[in-house]
Design a protein around this ligand. Structure first.
Ligand SMILES: [Fe+2]
Ligand SMILES: [Fe+2]
Length: 163
């Protein structure tokens, strides 16, 4: 991503992390796109993660107006695995700084946060399967950080990175 684009994405996201009132998740859009069991999971997400999920779905549509429903649903729910713990702004910032160097095991709250972050994609897929959600949506969510050239996944990843 170009530095200016990166900056324009990171600044509002960081502000939103610390000022939850800035999050404006478009829940009616999510309700329209998701199936009822998926929407119930969506509502368990912090408003900041709901805001991000909907923004990623809109970025998918901007890239491909005919995007399949499974990609849009996976976009909205891609970070649902983060809903297993309360949203903590310091944790979100810390894991982004530390993940590239996270091979070394860490203890305490930071270690827990890192583990949750590293596992959130697989956790999210498990939540979707356990809720009776679509296996293809769960599969895209499980792999949303993989560098796989599969077109649905590539579209989801590009939208996530740009949002
Ligand atoms: Fe993620
Ligand atoms: Fe994301």
């Amino acid at each position: 991503m170009r530095p200016v684009r990166w900056f324009l994405n990171v600044v509002p996201r960081t502000l939103r992390a610390f000022v939850p009132a800035l999050a404006r998740p478009d829940d009616p859009f999510a309700r329209e796109v998701l199936r009822p069991e998926e929407f119930a999971l969506y509502l368990r997400m912090d408003p900041r993660d709901r805001h991000h999920g909907v923004a990623v779905a809109r970025a998918v549509l901007a890239r491909d107006p005919g995007a399949e429903s499974v990609v849009l649903r996976a976009a909205i729910l891609h970070d649902v695995g983060k809903s297993v713990a309360p949203y903590r702004a310091w944790e979100r910032i810390a894991v982004h700084v530390l993940v590239p160097a996270s091979r070394r095991p860490r203890r305490g709250a930071l270690g827990d946060a890192l583990r949750r972050h590293l596992e959130h994609a697989e956790r999210g897929a498990e939540l979707i399967r356990a809720a009776g959600g679509d296996a293809r949506v769960a599969d895209l969510v499980a792999r949303h950080h993989h560098s796989d050239p599969e077109p649905h996944l590539a579209l989801l990843r590009a939208a996530d990175e740009a949002t």
